[in-house]
Write a protein that binds this ligand. Structure first.
Ligand code: ZN
Length: 318
């Protein structure tokens, strides 16, 4: 066994020592479960299910975390244990962080008037793993959400703390100063690929834009989701987009500037010939010449050695 392996084993042993420790101070929901927040959520999500409206309404189960959120003023800080765990990972060179997934379990419905309290623990720290992003450790935090003191659901949130592949560890971008002009151009942000949308990105890699189709009611959906918003069915297959579309709407981004983007630029909401819409770039036309209704045609833009993106070229035969 090499010295490096021994050091890695020792680090993992220390990391695993944080399992079961508190991740945040116990919290109290700022508002009890209430109909106005339920209504705003349903409007934002486009969810018109009758169970969430009128007398006897319950809260949409996926609102679980919303009741625990602290808003701008927050709830107080992460626990000392959580900060120590992050410092340990940073110190070992795992300075980047990406949220990988979240899982929720629902034990009983939340109803208007329920008073919410919650508690968060560091549930697990994985052994060292190598992913496409780089090598690091997954950290899973579990939040138990209680309604009137009774466990109503759990919210598990997983992140990967990692050292980027092929690059030496560097300070967290969030805390570093903007890159000096001489530095290499920052890379476009990577899409978050998870088990719910992996097929979409496999399609892109094969230069096919795949739309999900419900296996029960045949509704089309994009972006990809695990279930049908029309009928709730988890069954699906895909249809390949023809590539024809029109600009349904757009914005021109001036501010704030993001690394790897050069404002001003247009961001289009493209309506595909199949009827679904997606956010993408409109290429082949200056940002101030993009117009609603403009016909566009799909093409694939190679951004760098790892990333290809579906984009839409103006002037396609809509
Ligand atoms: Zn359906």
């Amino acid at each position: 066994m090499t010295g490096t392996e021994t050091a890695q084993d020792e680090l993992y042993e220390r990391l695993a020592g944080y399992e079961g420790r508190s991740a945040a101070t116990a919290g109290v929901g700022k508002d009890p479960v209430n109909l106005p927040m339920i209504r705003h959520w349903c409007e934002a999500m486009g969810d018109a299910h009758p169970a969430y409206d009128g007398p006897g309404a319950i809260a949409p189960p996926t609102m679980l975390q919303a009741w625990t959120m602290g808003g701008l003023s927050g709830h107080g800080d992460r626990s000392e244990a959580y900060d120590e765990l992050f410092a340990l990972l940073d110190g070992a060179g795992y300075t980047s962080v990406v949220a990988t997934d979240c899982e929720q379990e629902y034990l009983r419905p939340l109803r208007p008037g329920d008073a919410i309290t919650f508690d968060a623990v560091i549930e697990s720290v994985s052994p060292r793993k190598t992913t496409k992003l780089g090598t690091g450790h997954f950290v899973t935090t579990r939040m138990d959400v209680l309604a009137d003191g009774e466990l109503a659901g759990t919210h598990r949130f997983r992140i990967l703390k990692y050292a980027p592949a092929g690059r030496p560890p560097k300070p967290d971008r969030r805390s570093s100063e903007p890159a000096a002009p001489a530095a290499a151009a920052p890379r476009r942000p990577r899409p978050v690929v998870n088990r719910d949308n992996a097929g979409f990105w496999e399609g892109v890699a094969a230069h096919r834009l795949l739309i999900q189709r419900c296996g029960d009611c045949a509704s089309l959906r994009l972006p990809w989701l695990p279930g049908c918003a029309e009928c709730g069915s988890p069954e699906w297959d895909t249809v390949e987009a023809s590539g024809a579309g029109t600009v349904y709407s757009y914005v021109v981004m001036h501010h704030p500037p993001f690394p790897a983007f050069d404002p001003p630029y247009a961001v289009g909401l493209i309506e595909l010939a199949e009827g679904v819409r997606m956010v993408s770039n409109v290429v082949g036309v200056p940002y101030d010449k993009v117009r609603i209704g403009m016909p566009v045609r799909l093409e694939f833009l190679r951004v760098d050695d790892e990333l290809e993106l579906p984009v839409f070229r103006a002037g396609g035969e809509g």
